[in-house]
Write a protein that binds this ligand. Structure first.
Ligand code: 5GP
Length: 194
């Protein structure tokens, strides 16, 4: 039987990846999101071990050295983000299908290295991205500017991924995402349990 798929949701900051994944998990059973590690500061309301594993720079480096990451990247403001192999193992041991939310470089690395990875790029127009980032107000004005500039460049990279979903309407985009995941699961014979 083909290997179990790993779904990689990618796209610019502010495209609504987190909200879409939440909707996806409500619609398709048998999926579990891998909790990434990051050196960025915890935002109000975020829980360590749930939203991210929040690590110091030293701890992140130590884990890089022991090969704990499937992939990791430096992002804006020198913050690092990475996918822990232990999360992939935990999800697979639970007999669930893994969902990763990654920025583009990490998604391309997983697409190249992980057999059975299915990459899905979430796009939104730049004005909407900017509106969401400013409404979220979790970064400084300078960092928002940096994220928007990066988003402009990233939107041109959509063609490098297997699927593209435009998040112009949340309900429609969640439906499209769920349909892609359901079809891929059916294709490899790992249909989610009811
Ligand atoms: P945020 O700071 O808004 O939570 O995340 C910033 C960006 O990092 C987002 O595009 C998010 O998808 C990405 N990201 C989160 N975790 C990981 C990870 O483990 N690896 C990679 N490559 N990117 C990640």
């Amino acid at each position: 039987m083909p290997s179990r798929p790993v779904f990689v949701i990618t796209g610019p900051s502010g495209a609504g990846k987190g909200t879409l994944i939440k909707g996806l998990l409500e619609r398709v059973s048998g999926l579990e999101i891998a909790v990434s590690a990051t050196t960025r500061a915890q935002r109000p309301g975020e829980i360590d071990g749930h939203d991210y594993w929040f690590l110091s720079d030293e701890e992140f480096t130590r884990r890089v050295q022991v090969g704990a990451f499937l992939e990791y990247v430096p992002y804006v403001s020198g913050r690092r983000y990475g996918t822990l192999r232990s999360e992939i193992d935990r999800i697979s041991d639970d007999d669930q299908v893994c969902v990763l939310e990654l920025e583009l470089e990490g998604a391309l690395a997983v697409q190249a290295d992980v057999l059975g990875s299915v990459t899905i790029f979430i796009a939104a127009d730049v004005t909407e991205l900017e509106r969401r980032l400013r409404a979220r107000a979790t970064e400084s004005t300078g960092e928002i500017g940096e994220r928007i500039e990066l988003a402009r460049q990233q939107l041109e990279q959509a063609h490098r991924f297997r699927y593209m979903v435009r998040n112009d309407d949340l309900e429609r985009a969640t439906g499209v995402l769920a349909a892609i995941v359901t079809c891929e699961l059916a294709r490899v014979g790992t249909m989610s349990r009811p």
